[in-house]
Ligand binder design. Sequence first.
Ligand code: NAD
Ligand code: WQD
Length: 350
Amino acid sequence: MSRGKILVTGGLGFIGSHTVVELHKAGYDVVIVDNLDNSRPQVAEAIHLTSGQRAAFYPCDIRDRAAFSNVLAEHPDIKGIIHFAAYKAVGESVDKPLKYYDNNINGLVELLKQMNEHGIRNMLFSSSCTVYGQPEKLPISENTPLQPAESPYGNTKKIGEDILRDATFTGSIRGVALRYFNPVGAHEKGLIGELPIGVPQNLVPFVTQTAAGLRDQLRVFGNDYPTEDGTAIRDYIHVVDLAKVHVKAMERMLDGEGPSYDIFNVGTGRGHSVLEVIQAFERVSGKSLPYAFADRRSGDVVEVYADATKAERELQWKAEKTIDDMMRDAWTFQQHILNKTHILNRNNNV
Ligand code: NAD
Ligand code: WQD
């Protein structure tokens, strides 16, 4: 028997698709709204092949008030919304700030208004560790002071959290912001994963594309950081672990537990340097990765990793997968894309 119906905005994207699979596994029915700006309709079938269940999928923009309202009217039994739909490219947001404010802020406001109109109370919001910048103290807890945003993208996450918090003050909405650290990897079946458009800006897709022969070599940005091996440190988290925390956080809201607004860090609590990521990749893939050291990338911080104990304590969730799992599953997915271009057929992927 179904445990209820959850709407997932951006449900065909990287984190959304994995979360839909975990919602299915936990017994929920899922409605996906995605405008396909950064995904392909074939991902709906890949989700079905992964979870064994189908989600109802609507190719719709959440800012299209009439179309989105129709979707909600068709599903009056939606209990909560997990809101992934947003743009996420840090560099692009510097060049096109209004594109980012329009989608990430107006999209959120529109969604909250629609929740009020349709009587939907519970919302999970995708925030990011980018709101912390480079803090003075590590690990980063939810009480670590936030820094001014480095990019319009980062600012949309800070503002988005404030908007959600303020909306919960009216009493009609309950909200949780999840601050993801660095999500990587893919479902182990290899059918869903991360599909960057054009040249990947993030480390792990660049690693797997280089190993697959699509890129000549990886540039390691900076080997003179004040870390043990000189390369920068991040808290990489497996996307399946990340997907699972959404189920836990949503269940707590559906049970009426917790405050009306809450924030959780979502990381492993452990940092890995860029060189450690490369070594893990080489270990699990058996391939040697061509790389060279390059200058530091502008805007990069030295070291971040989460204090994720609040999620463990209050949501009974803890990341379980290792850096080797992340690299192995990212590599499986990369090989799948090369072999099955008919499923994830993206002309501009390479
Ligand atoms: P993604 O681009 O893979 O997924 C987002 C999905 O939303 C895409 O399928 C896209 O087509 C859809 N979408 C965008 N705007 C929409 C709109 N107006 N209406 C309907 N659909 C729309 O991104 P992701 O990596 O899965 O990230 C999901 C969320 O998590 C985003 O809010 C992102 O900012 C946040 N986040 C991501 C990371 C990361 O490193 N991937 C880290 C921290 C936070
Ligand atoms: C990781 C490390 C790079 C590429 C970004 C966003 C952040 C959040 C997560 C959304 C860094 C190094 C990278 C390459 C490299 N997203 N690197 N060569 O910058 O920590 O975080 O994604 O909210 O907001 O900024 O992730 O994967 O780009 O970089 O050496 O070709 O890998 O310098 O040290 P980042 P990343």
